[in-house]
Ligand binder design. Structure first.
Ligand code: SAM
Ligand code: DTB
Ligand code: SF4
Length: 329
């Protein structure tokens, strides 16, 4: 399947998943329509076939280049077009990156994800990132970067430096995409994902819940991910962190049970992928997070900071893991 076909998932007729690896939006919508307990039971069954149900992978994020981004993503604090109070900063010096990575490893993270507020890296931007990947890898951590759209040859350079994962989210449903982002298209994003895959880097791609997409939009977003020729190895499901000064501040909040349903649908449709309970945990109760783990989430962002917003402290997560009998993966 090429990227153009991937982006027209919405228009596929309903198809039962049995014996067919493609998921229609209707089939995912039917999962959402199940009684909550039935959906969670199914998600647990799938989860237990493929993973230790009590193991949670931990990734730590670091913003290596904050603010001043040319893009207009309606949820993001880092767009230069918004007044969200996040200022443009230069690329972080490598020593600081390595010190952060070492501290993350010592606290139990197994992957270190470095994020840059770029539309995509210019050639001169890539070299310092390649050095960061090499140095972080030497610490025994898995490496991940999220740098925006890649040009020809850049994915190969990242692969040669030892990059394990590239994060590049599809963010929302095909229909909702142009309502949230005007400076690039979903097709642009899918093209970068193809480059990453072709270079032999593992794909981390997911999206955000709570951007006016509705339940059908969430089903369409999950279908888009699940129907990729090879689904992403890592699927971050973010709950929108509403940021003052962005167009999506004040968006209608999603029923937390519908957030859990989205996690369950990701688990069922992408059985062997890690599903990450991502942004938004700082506003979630322990009980809601436990339901997300029950629904098949088996990865988190770990450490007190995401990119520009807060995440629960590692101590709070350690306490939650202990209360739930969870352990690191
Ligand atoms: N500029 C690169 C890009 O757009 O891919 C990398 C950084 S960007 C901040 C990475 C991802 O963070 C976005 O695709 C989006 O899914 C997520 N994100 C950004 N702001 C968010 C917010 N306020 N709430 C939830 N997720 C957010
Ligand atoms: C992803 O899906 N979520 C992370 C990571 N990939 C790069 C980013 C979340 C950002 C939340 C808002 C902020 O801290 O600026
Ligand atoms: Fe820029 Fe990425 Fe934020 Fe969009 S999500 S404004 S591309 S940093």
């Amino acid at each position: 399947m090429n990227s153009t076909e991937a982006s027209i998932t919405l228009h596929q007729p309903a198809r039962p998943p049995a014996g067919d690896s493609r998921w229609s939006v209707e089939a995912i919508q039917a999962l959402f329509d199940l009684p909550f307990n039935d959906l969670l039971f199914r998600a647990q069954q799938v989860h237990r076939e493929h993973f230790d149900p009590n193991a949670i992978q931990r990734s730590t994020l670091l913003s290596i280049k904050t603010g001043g981004c040319s893009e207009d993503c309606g949820y993001c604090s880092q767009s230069a077009r918004r007044d969200s109070g996040v200022d443009r900063e230069p690329v972080m010096p490598i020593d600081e990156v390595v010190a952060n990575a070492r501290a993350a490893r010592d606290k139990g993270a197994t992957r270190f994800c470095m994020g840059a507020a770029w539309r995509g890296p210019k050639e001169k931007d890539l070299d310092p990132v390649l050095d960061m990947v090499r140095e972080v890898k030497k610490l025994g951590l898995e490496t991940c970067v999220t740098l925006g759209m890649l040009k020809e040859g850049q994915a190969e350079k990242l692969k040669d430096a030892g990059l394990d994962y590239y994060n590049h989210n599809i963010d929302t449903s095909p229909e909702n995409y142009p309502k949230v982002i005007g400076t690039h298209t979903l097709l642009d994003r899918l093209e970068t994902l193809d480059k990453v895959r072709t270079a032999g880097i593992k794909v981390c791609s997911g999206g955000i819940v709570g951007m006016g997409e509705g339940q059908r939009g969430r089903a369409a977003m999950i279908a888009e991910l699940a129907n990729m020729e090879t689904p992403p190895e890592s699927v971050p499901i973010n709950s929108l962190v509403q940021i003052e000064g962005t167009p999506l501040a004040g968006a209608e909040k999603v029923d937390p049970f519908d957030f859990v349903r989205t996690i369950a649908a990701a688990r069922i449709t992408m059985p062997t992928s890690f599903v990450r309970l991502s942004a938004g945990r700082a506003e979630m109760s322990d009980e809601l997070q436990a339901l997300c783990f029950m629904a098949g989430a088996n990865s988190i962002f770990y450490g007190e900071r995401l990119l520009t917003t807060d995440n629960p402290d590692a101590d709070r997560d350690e306490a939650l893991f202990a209360r739930l009998g969870l352990h690191g993966a």
